[in-house]
Design a protein around this ligand. Structure first.
Ligand code: ATP
Ligand code: MG
Length: 427
């Protein structure tokens, strides 16, 4: 026998026993998104490499070391999308969706990052992305938070996630802060505590040092100067108004002055929904304002705010939740013994599906004895078996038997079957 080929490291199959959970959660999310009048946009999984370099920033984990980049057969450099924001904005600019109008959009799908696989961190993972364009906030920033709160409520998670917020201010304010931060990290006592990555970042992307996951650096990061102290009047006003809107709606939040996002393009509002239940990978949903990205991608300056949610982490939190785990068994399993039954059975099955739009009907294909087919029927989880053998074909009947309750098999005339099912089973 040949050796079996296995899935790519860090990537996962979603097996039939789990896919209903995904579908159910996706249905809850898309229902909530409709309630806020967000529209779905579907985007390619592959984009030009340049798009991510220009938007995410050259000196970020993603662009430096996590992208799946390859040359296609024309020699163009392409990349499997590591996130959705850049592609979404690219599409909007390309199709003129931002001309004089605001847009509220969402998308869901796989993202790819070559990270070290561990719980909650994979090389192919899924994100729900939500983006709102053309609105300066803070009202729309708050709306995104209300939307996410509605997700948690519908999924029964509202007690299990904490909202952290911060403001990154304007580009100029960040620049001033950045200088202070670099000076701080350059002081001898602090510099010796920086790991190799952080030293490299010191001049290219010092804010990212605050985002370090290295436990040995927590102290030096905790004592670093804080960004909110460098915010100007306008940024403060934006931030305060955002906080008031959250409070008005009874939302509790934690201000985390060290919250920065891993990507370069954020300004003003940033937020994360975090849990302590998933170990180190505790951020389920993260986002913020990124006005600057639009002109960075060649668009007319405007406004943008959004978030991305890690679906695997969300589903990890929902592991034990009954609310979404229901696997949909067939209602009916159709047993067909003998050649004639095999033929008329398929016709009968089509008629049943025509009649009962929501019916889940599994037809036995491939023949076999009554005994073996009943075994399969039982394993399918179906409530009832319908049975056609040679006798039933000859008598123009169908056998009906409950697979879950003790009851004798009964025979129904084929002409009566629909009305019988309506009265006795499909109530
Ligand atoms: P982290 O700090 O965990 O690396 P990030 O800042 O790289 O996250 P974003 O790019 O903001 O994450 O992505 C938004 C969300 O997508 C994260 O909060 C997380 O829930 C999810 N996510 C990011 N990377 C992965 C991954 N490799 N595997 C699974 N989920 C991920
Ligand atoms: Mg990351």
């Amino acid at each position: 026998m040949k050796e079996k080929i296995q899935v790519v490291r860090g990537m996962h199959d979603i097996l039939p026993e789990h896919s209903p959970r995904w579908r159910n959660v996706e249905a809850v999310l898309s229902e909530a998104l409709s309630a806020y009048a967000y529209e779905e946009i579907r985007l390619p999984i592959v984009e030009k490499t340049e798009l991510f370099k220009r938007s995410i920033g050259e000196v970020t984990d993603i662009v430096e070391k996590e992208m799946y980049t390859f040359d296609d057969r024309n020699g163009d450099s392409l990349t499997l999308r590591p996130e959705g924001t850049a592609g979404c904005l690219r599409a909007c600019l390309e199709h003129g969706l931002l001309h004089q109008v605001s847009q509220r959009l969402w998308y869901i799908g796989p993202m790819f990052r070559h990270e070290r696989p561990q719980k909650g961190r994979y090389r192919q993972f899924h994100q729900l992305g939500v983006e709102a364009y053309g609105m300066a906030g803070p009202d729309i920033d708050a709306e995104l938070i209300f939307l996410t709160r509605r997700f948690w409520r519908k999924l029964g998670l509202d007690q299990r996630l904490q909202l952290q917020i911060n403001s990154l201010g304007t580009v100029e304010e960040r620049q001033a802060y950045r200088e202070k931060l670099v000076a701080y990290f350059q002081q001898g006592v602090n510099f010796v505590k920086l790991d190799e990555d952080s030293r490299r970042r010191l001049h290219s992307n010092p804010l990212r040092i605050l985002d370090t996951k290295n436990p040995d650096m927590q102290e030096v990061v905790t004592n670093a100067p804080l960004l909110p102290e460098y915010l100007g009047a306008e940024s403060l006003q934006h931030y305060n108004a955002f906080k008031e809107l959250l409070s008005d709606s009874g939302l509790s939040f934690v201000e985390n002055p060290r919250l920065v996002r891993g990507l370069d393009y954020y300004s003003q509002t940033v937020f994360e929904w975090v849990t302590t239940e998933l170990g180190a990978q505790g951020t389920v949903c993260a986002g913020g304002r990124y006005d600057g990205l639009i002109s960075q991608l060649g668009g007319k300056p405007s406004h943008a705010v959004g978030f991305a949610m890690g679906m695997e982490r969300l589903l990890g939190l929902l592991e034990s939740s009954e609310r979404i785990s229901a696997r949909a068994n067939p209602h009916i399993y159709l047993i067909l013994v003998g050649e004639q039954a095999g033929r008329s059975g398929l016709t009968l099955a089509e008629r049943l599906r025509d009649e009962f739009a929501a019916l889940r009907l599994q037809v036995h294909c491939g023949g076999g004895s009554f005994k073996s087919q009943f075994k399969r029927a039982d394993r399918s989880g179906a409530e009832f078996a319908l049975i056609m053998g040679e006798d039933e074909v000859r008598n123009r009947q169908v056998g009906v038997k409950s697979l879950r309750k003790e009851a004798e098999q009964i025979a129904i005339d084929q002409d009566e079957l629909m009305s019988y099912l309506k009265s006795a089973i499909w109530k």
